[in-house]
Write a new protein. Structure first.
Length: 140
């Protein structure tokens, strides 16, 4: 078994997934989050290791809003510390993603191969009009 860097280990309630940050395969996306090992379809890849918080729009700085997920009634799900975010906050957009958000947890939609970049469909997450600036027509 390959040694896993401790900074890339992510533990869910039923299994470990080694993840690593590196340059995204998507042009202009910057950093992406990649699977080191295979991850089965239909399993949680939750955000347990990152304390989440619900914030109102007025308490979130403009630069940080793109890292928040609208939850309705002026509430946004966000990392507890924007200066030290869990690596899953670096998951990029894809029209056909391999992850989905359900009940504040990420779940695999498909099996994910080693070296594959983890992706979400941003229009499903950024549903508040103020977030529309981060969803471009080519995303849909």
């Amino acid at each position: 078994m390959l040694a896993r860097p401790s900074t890339a280990l992510y533990t869910t309630t039923n299994m470990d997934h080694a993840l690593i940050l590196k340059p995204s395969l998507f042009e202009g996306a910057g950093v992406g989050c990649f699977a080191v090992d295979a991850i089965a379809a239909g399993v949680p890849v939750s955000l347990h290791s990152d304390k989440l918080q619900l914030l109102s729009r007025e308490t979130i700085g403009e630069a940080y809003l793109k890292f928040c997920i609208f939850q309705g009634e002026d509430r946004y799900l966000s990392p507890s510390n924007f200066a030290s975010m869990h690596m899953l906050w670096y998951v990029n957009h894809a029209k056909i993603p391999n992850l989905e958000l359900r009940d504040r947890k990420l779940w695999t939609r498909t099996a994910i191969n080693p070296g594959e970049e983890l992706t979400l469909y941003y229009p499903d997450l950024l549903t508040h009009p103020v977030n529309a600036t981060w969803v471009r027509p080519e995303h849909i």
